[in-house]
Design a protein around this ligand. Structure first.
Ligand code: ZN
Length: 182
């Protein structure tokens, strides 16, 4: 089962504890994390329809159903919202999120459209905080250098400017290093 029937909501601390229980014993061992933003829903849409445990679970189930409907065997692993880190698909199996990197990376979707929405204040800053915490936890347990992080837009053949230009890669990696060192 790759798509979770019941998506799970974690705080940053809960997520760190959860990933420490994973083994990646099935043969798939991710080599880095690929970072995305959802674009649609953006933060404003998520605040109306995706906030809280019930709203978020419903949204993530809908996203999973959409990807399943496309015939995909899995989707992005995580959706990072202002309030929770949502586990959408099994982290111990490969996902579908960036054609260049699916077989070798974990897909993390940040809720928002960071070509237009702020990433350094309000809900955007909360998403940034949770995304840094989630990816730092994954780097810790998988023993990955934060500098291995890739953005979806680095997969040129997908022609997808993702995450938006307000997400600065050197800044994000510096935050990961700080979080990992803490
Ligand atoms: Zn993307």
């Amino acid at each position: 089962m790759t798509f979770l029937t019941h998506p799970r909501a974690f705080s940053a601390a809960e997520f760190k504890a959860y990933v420490s229980t994973l083994k990646w014993a099935g043969g798939w061992r991710p080599q880095f994390v690929t970072l995305h933003n959802t674009g649609a829903p953006n933060l404003a849409q998520w605040a109306r329809l995706g906030a809280g445990r019930e709203g978020g679970a419903k949204r993530v189930r809908n996203l999973n159903a959409y990807y399943k409907g496309l015939g995909w065997h899995s989707g992005p692993h995580l959706f990072v919202a202002p309030d929770f880190i949502w586990l959408a698909c099994d982290l111990e199996q490969d996902g579908v999120h960036a054609s260049c990197f699916n077989k070798i990376s974990i897909g993390v979707e940040m809720v928002g459209d960071f070509s237009t929405e702020a990433f350094d204040s309000g809900d955007g800053a909360k998403v940034r905080y949770n995304a840094v915490a989630a990816i730092a936890a994954l780097c810790g347990v998988l023993k990955l250098d934060p500098a291995t992080l890739r953005f979806h837009r680095e997969c040129k053949r997908d022609h997808h400017d993702c995450p938006g230009a307000r997400v600065d890669k050197p800044d994000f990696i510096a935050r990961l290093k700080t979080a990992l060192a803490a």
